[in-house]
Design a protein around this ligand. Structure first.
Ligand code: C2O
Ligand code: CU
Length: 478
C-alpha cells in the first residue's frame, strides 16, 4: 500500500474530504496551488445514481468517479507532475489506468501486474509527469469489462504549453450502456456471446454520460472537439453532415491536419481524435452528426444546432492548426528488431485449441474458462503472466500484428506510443503515432516504436470482452 499523502493535502481539501463522507460519494477537484509543482486531484470511485436516459425515465445505478459519469475531467499542462489520490468506495477491488500516458510502470494501474488492486475502503496515490500534451482518459484495469460498463471512466486532458487559437475546447466522452426497461444496467457482463463476437455493444449511446440533445453552436466558430471512445466494445464512425472536420490529433498525438477518409471519424474503443470543427453552416439551421460505423445500423448521435446569431467571423481562409509534436523517440526502422504477433480466435475463427496455463487446451475447456481468443496461440488467463516478448531498453522494434480473425480489434500497448507504419503491406500515409490501433478483420498492421519505458506492459484488445476472453499479453522491456 502506498501511503495516503494526507500531509500534502491542504486544509480545504481535508475539510471537503471529511464533508464528502456524509454523502454517497464526491470528488474533489483540488484546485492546484499556483506555486505548487504538483497538481493534486482526488478521485472517489463509488456507486452513484445518474439520470442517463433523462428526466422522462428512472435514474440508473452506476459506479462512477466523483458521483458523475464521466468522472471529472482532470486537466493539467504538458510537463506538469500530477498526483491523483484514488479512494475506493466500491464493493470490490479496483485500480486506475491512465490510458495513453507514458507513465512509470508502477503507476500504470494494472491490477496484479503493476500494483496490488485497491481494496474497498483503501486509497492509492498515483503520481507521474505528463510528458505528452493531448487527449487521454482514465479507467479501471481490474474487472474492466464490468467496471467500465458500469460507468467508471473520465477524461484526462494535457494542454499544450501554448494554447491554440480556438473559440471553445470541448470534450465528448462517447460511450454506450446496456440498459433494461427500468433503466438499470443489465448485469450480463462477459457472457460468452459478447466475448466471442463483437463485445458488449450497448443499446443506449451517451455523450458525457447523457443521451445527447442538441449541441449548440454559432456560425463562424472554431471548436476543438476532443472525442474519446470510452465504450467497452462499440466502434464509432462519426460523420458531421455539412461540415468538414479536420483531424489534428489521434490518441492525443498531433497528426498532419486532414479530413478523415470518407469524412468519417472511426474510433475503436479507447481511441481518441482531436478535431478542428469550423462551423461554416447557416445560422438557425441544424446539421446531423451520425454514427454510421455498423452497416444498416446508422443513427443520429445529435444535431449541431446553430443559433440565429450572425456569423462570428469569416472562416473562408482559416488555416488548419498544427499542434507541436510530443517528445517521442523516433524508431530506427532499418535496425529495428522485428516480430510477428498473431491474433486468433472468436466465432468463425476456426480456433481449435490454445495454450492455457502453459498447456495445450481444447476449445471446450477454453470456453469453460470464458476464453475464446489468443495472442500467438496463448489464451491468457489470470495474472501470473510470462511476457510473450522481451525487448531491450531503447531497442527499436517493428511488430507486425496479424488479425487472423473475423472481427475488429483495437489493439493497445501500455507505456509506449507507436507509429502505425503499414497496413496490409502498404505504407500508411501519415505514420500516425497511436497507443491503440484499430484492425479490420484479417488485416495486417505494422507498428514501430522504441521500447524506452522499462517494465511489464500490457498489450491487449480494448474490446474489453475480448480482453477478458484471453486477448492480452505482456511485453517486457528490460
Ligand atoms: Cu485503456 Cu489496458 O487499457
Ligand atoms: Cu478484440
Amino acid at each position: 500500500m502506498t501511503p495516503i499523502y494526507s500531509s500534502m493535502l491542504d486544509r480545504r481539501e481535508i475539510l471537503l474530504a471529511g464533508a464528502s463522507l456524509a454523502t454517497t460519494a464526491s470528488v474533489l477537484r483540488a484546485a492546484p496551488a499556483p506555486e505548487s509543482p504538483i497538481k493534486q486531484f482526488k478521485l472517489i470511485a463509488a456507486p452513484s445514481r445518474q439520470s442517463i436516459i433523462g428526466a422522462h425515465g428512472p435514474d440508473t445505478d452506476v459506479w462512477s468517479y466523483g458521483s458523475n459519469v464521466p468522472g471529472p475531467e482532470l486537466r493539467v499542462r504538458q510537463g506538469d507532475r500530477i498526483q491523483v489520490q484514488v479512494e475506493n468506495r466500491l464493493p470490490e477491488e479496483t485500480t486506475v489506468h491512465w490510458h495513453g500516458l507514458r507513465v512509470p510502470n508502477a503507476m500504470d494501474g494494472v491490477a496484479h501486474i503493476t500494483q496490488k488492486p485497491i481494496g474497498p475502503g483503501e486509497t492509492f496515490t498515483y503520481e507521474f509527469d505528463c510528458l505528452d500534451a493531448g487527449t487521454f482518459w482514465y479507467h479501471p484495469h481490474h474487472h474492466s469489462s464490468a467496471q467500465v460498463a458500469r460507468g467508471l471512466y473520465g477524461a484526462l486532458i494535457v494542454d499544450e504549453r501554448n494554447p491554440i487559437a480556438v473559440d471553445r475546447d470541448i470534450t465528448w466522452v462517447l460511450s454506450d450502456w446496456r440498459l433494461q426497461k427500468d433503466a438499470s444496467i443489465k448485469n450480463d457482463f462477459n457472457n460468452l456471446h459478447d466475448v466471442g463476437h463483437n463485445g458488449r455493444i450497448g443499446n443506449t449511446v451517451t455523450v458525457n454520460g447523457r443521451i445527447p440533445g442538441n449541441f449548440d453552436v454559432r456560425a463562424g466558430e472554431r471548436i476543438r472537439l476532443r472525442l474519446i471512445n470510452a465504450a467497452n466494445a462499440r466502434i464509432f464512425g462519426l460523420e458531421f453532415e455539412g461540415h468538414t472536420a479536420q483531424v489534428i490529433a489521434i490518441d492525443g498525438h498531433p497528426v498532419e491536419p486532414h479530413a478523415p477518409a470518407n469524412n468519417r471519424i472511426v474510433l475503436g474503443p479507447a481511441m481518441r481524435a482531436d478535431i478542428l470543427l469550423d462551423l461554416r453552416g447557416q445560422p438557425g439551421k441544424r446539421y446531423r452528426v451520425v454514427d454510421a460505423f455498423y452497416r444498416h445500423r446508422e443513427y443520429k448521435l445529435l444535431d449541431l444546432a446553430y443559433s440565429d446569431a450572425a456569423q462570428l467571423r469569416d472562416l473562408a481562409d482559416a488555416k488548419p492548426i498544427r499542434l507541436p509534436a510530443n517528445p517521442l523517440s523516433e524508431p530506427d526502422l532499418e535496425n529495428a528488431e522485428r516480430h510477428d504477433i498473431m491474433l486468433g480466435g472468436g466465432m468463425m475463427g476456426g480456433m481449435i485449441s490454445a495454450i492455457m496455463d502453459g498447456q495445450r487446451t481444447n476449445m471446450r475447456t477454453l470456453m469453460h474458462n470464458g476464453l475464446l481468443w489468443s495472442i500467438n496461440g496463448v489464451a491468457a488467463k489470470g495474472h501470473i503472466l510470462d511476457p510473450f516478448l522481451t525487448l531491450k531498453r531503447n531497442q527499436s522494434c517493428r511488430l507486425t500484428l496479424i488479425n487472423d480473425t473475423a472481427w475488429h480489434h483495437p489493439m493497445h500497448l501500455h507505456g509506449h506510443v507507436f507509429r502505425v507504419i503499414a497496413r496490409n503491406g502498404q505504407p500508411t500515409r501519415r505514420s500516425e503515432w497511436q497507443d491503440t490501433v484499430m484492425m479490420d478483420p484479417r488485416e495486417r498492421v505494422e507498428i514501430a516504436f522504441v521500447a524506452d519505458n522499462p517494465g511489464d506492459w500490457m498489450f491487449h484488445c480494448h474490446i474489453l470482452e475480448h480482453q477478458s476472453g484471453g486477448m492480452f499479453g505482456l511485453i517486457r522491456v528490460i
